[in-house]
Design a protein around this ligand. Structure first.
Ligand code: BES
Ligand code: MN
Ligand code: MN
Length: 461
């Protein structure tokens, strides 16, 4: 039987199995779901075994477990390490979901006329890593697995992969491979395949601004005492200048600027500004002066407030001058910025701009370093050729704006480069209500992955 025949015959089961995985609410950020996260790990283990993997194990960590499995057919052949994550983002605000996040439902959309699976994790990353489990099954069942494969599917990507570094350091031998293959990014469109050649890094902080020692009557004290919310808002706003440059001293110091030729190349990727604005219902885009949207999201660093709270937010009104205000702030980093340095620059600056009437505290969260992946490596060429075969078009190299912090660690700890062969779309509502993943994308991924294995094995000869 050919791979295509096997895929066609098992199409429905491949989808049902993904549905079952999507029904498990494996939200890593919320400790109330710890049991569900563990159940998802068990499910992945079971499916890896069923697909034909050996030494499959749910490896405990200080946090959520990592699922490992492998198929070593010949130590002399190349080894591909498949990485993915079975944890998902929280689903709040629940009322904005048209169908429940953990009841996968197929609906048609403009960009997915053949239907898309609506569920939390469908695109990020259950639907995407599960393609690898099924592609592996296809290769096993059709006797076409051309090289060794190892799977490492973690449960803490959405909370910063804080225990995966330790796991990698403790398992350098077990994780020995030639390349890491990851499907956890997007392509430009279903008829415009692309491969991410970079990920931004991340520095994430929480800030606390304290004014008076207690909440006050805003009439009795208002006007004479610093309001931490007003102050915090002003401090955040001051961190972009009139050109939307970030004002933290030294912030751009290490930024690797692209050459004019590289920028021209990057901007050749198809991008329709009108469609972009329409999709988001915005009258205009916003960003750093002198850069295009593709550059602003791909090769330039950012600073964004992700959440802000304090004072009274309940029903009706309460005239209060709050004692405290808080915000969560993320900075996306590009080569050669580093998390530690940027976090320190931020903290120093934030303390410096605080007026005397408040005290501030800066608490760093998880972060991750930026990465760029080579486009001339056997693995990249294998991925590009695989996509060209199944899409009928050469994929365009792009720079993704998101972060997968562990990718930099694969390089520093395991000495491994990664290939980011993602099949989702940026508009699939990752992390948002109504996240979805195209059926076309799911099946196209399963069809494409075996070509990667074949091409990679041949190129490594
Ligand atoms: N899969 C995403 C990253 C991504 C999405 C990269 C689309 C490129 C295109 C990943 O699961 C993710 O969401 N990462 C987080 C970082 C993490 C530390 C929470 C992110 O980018 O915000
Ligand atoms: Mn992801
Ligand atoms: Mn994510």
């Amino acid at each position: 039987m050919t791979q295509q025949e096997y895929l066609t015959q098992n199409k429905d089961r491949f989808l049902n199995e993904l549905f079952e995985l999507l029904r498990i609410p494996s939200i890593s950020a919320d400790s109330a779901y710890k049991g569900d996260v563990a159940n998802a790990a068990e499910y992945v283990k079971e499916k890896l075994i069923a697909a034909g993997a050996d030494k499959v194990e749910v490896c405990p960590t200080a946090g959520h477990p990592i699922v490992y499995g492998e198929k070593m057919i010949d130590p002399k052949l190349p080894t591909v390490l498949v990485y993915g994550h079975y944890d998902v983002q929280p689903v709040v605000p629940l009322e904005l979901w048209d169908t429940p996040p953990f009841e996968p439902t197929i609906k048609k959309t403009k960009l997915h006329p053949d239907g898309a699976i609506f569920a939390r994790g469908s695109a990020d990353d259950k639907g995407q890593f599960y393609m690898h489990v099924k592609a592996f099954e296809v290769m096993m069942q059709t006797n076409t697995l051309p090289c060794n494969v190892k799977f490492m599917i973690e449960g803490e990507e959405e909370v910063g992969s804080s225990n995966l570094g330790t796991f990698c350091r403790e398992n350098v031998e077990r994780l020995k491979a030639d390349v890491v293959l990851i499907s956890d990014t997007s392509m430009i469109a279903n008829d415009v395949p692309s491969i991410d050649t970079g990920l931004r890094g991340l520095s994430y902080v929480e800030v606390e601004v304290t004014g008076p020692n207690r909440d006050l009557h805003s009439g009795v004290y208002g006007g004479a005492v610093a309001n931490p919310i007003n102050i915090l808002a002003k401090m955040i706003a001051s961190m972009h200048d009139e050109n939307n440059h970030i004002t933290i001293p030294g912030f751009y110091e290490d930024v690797q600027n692209l050459t004019e030729a590289e920028r021209t190349e990057l901007n050749k990727a198809p991008f329709n500004l009108e469609e972009y604005k329409n999709d988001l219902a915005i009258a205009d885009v916003w960003g750093e002066k002198g850069y295009t949207v593709l550059e602003r999201t791909g090769i330039r660093p950012t600073l964004d407030c992700n959440g802000i709270w304090g004072g009274y937010t309940g029903e009706g009104s309460k005239t209060v001058l709050p004692s405290k205000a808080f915000a969560k702030i993320s900075m996306r980093l590009v080569p050669n910025q580093t998390t530690d340095k940027i976090t320190e620059l931020f903290a120093n600056h934030f303390k410096k701009i605080a007026p005397a009437g408040v005290r501030v505290e800066v608490r760093p969260h998880h972060g991750g370093e930026p990465v760029v992946t080579p486009t001339n490596s056997p693995a990249y060429i294998a991925a590009a050729k695989a996509m060209e075969t199944t899409f009928g078009k050469k994929p365009i190299p792009t720079r993704g704006g998101g972060s997968i912090p562990i990718v930099a660690l694969f390089e520093s700890v395991l000495g491994l480069k990664s290939v980011l062969m993602g099949f989702g779309l940026d508009s699939d509502a990752l992390h948002s209500p109504n996240e979805h993943y195209g059926l076309f994308n799911y099946y196209k991924g399963i069809e494409t992955i075996p070509y990667f294995f074949k091409n990679f094995t041949e190129l490594k000869k």
